[in-house]
Design a protein. Structure first.
Length: 204
């Protein structure tokens, strides 16, 4: 008979299962990974994961929610450390985004390179993804409130997001040419974007 599990036991096993699932889902895609394989990687019976998650979609949703929360926390902390300096804030957020993606490529791939049709069935995933998305526009909204930015924060936030995501995925896919890396490309793109967004054109 299975022993009674404490909340700490449940949390510990869920984290272990998510750790394994994150890597395997990112490397092979959810369709190629079975719960039996996840259980074998943890050294438990094939039925054990079902004590913690309804099915594979629920495991994937939990892995993605955790990744979104970790990503959001990294950007929120970078923003808080540089509050009051708009240039430092933008640079810190971009640096934190790049650092997270390169240090946690499996989590990053689950977040932004994988579509989950039933995502709306998992409130924690919806909450975490919205929290992560908000990190891309919060500093722009604050700049607008201070009179330093007059554009659409959602639009410009997505422009910066695209400027970061493209080079990151090229690097993670090994598609960049010799001498190029995501950091160099992002620096050039965001510098040009910053001039276009924040600097008012001189009148003739």
């Amino acid at each position: 008979m299975p022993r009674n599990l404490t909340d700490a036991d449940v949390a510990h096993f869920r984290d272990r299962l998510i750790d394994v699932a994150e890597m395997r889902f990112a490397e092979h895609g959810p369709e190629a990974v079975t719960i039996r394989q996840l259980a074998a990687a943890l050294g438990v019976s094939p039925m054990t994961p079902y004590r913690y998650f309804k099915d594979k979609d629920a495991i994937l949703a939990a892995a993605r929610a955790r990744a979104f929360d970790r990503h959001a926390q990294a950007l929120e902390e970078a923003y808080a450390r540089t509050r009051g300096d708009r240039v430092a804030q933008s640079n810190a957020i971009g640096a934190a985004y790049l650092r997270f993606a390169l240090e946690h490529p499996a989590a990053y791939k689950l977040m932004f390179d994988l579509h989950q049709e039933c995502a709306s069935d998992y409130p924690d995933l919806v909450r975490a993804s919205e929290r992560s998305r908000a990190t891309m526009t919060a500093h722009l909204r604050d700049l607008g409130a201070a009179g330093l930015f007059a554009g659409d924060p959602d639009l410009v936030g997505h422009m910066y997001w695209a400027a970061l995501h493209g080079p990151i995925m090229l690097q993670l896919s090994g598609m960049l040419g010799p001498g190029l890396d995501a950091r160099t490309l992002i620096a050039g793109i965001t510098d040009a974007l910053g001039h276009a967004v924040f600097e008012k054109p001189e009148r003739a």
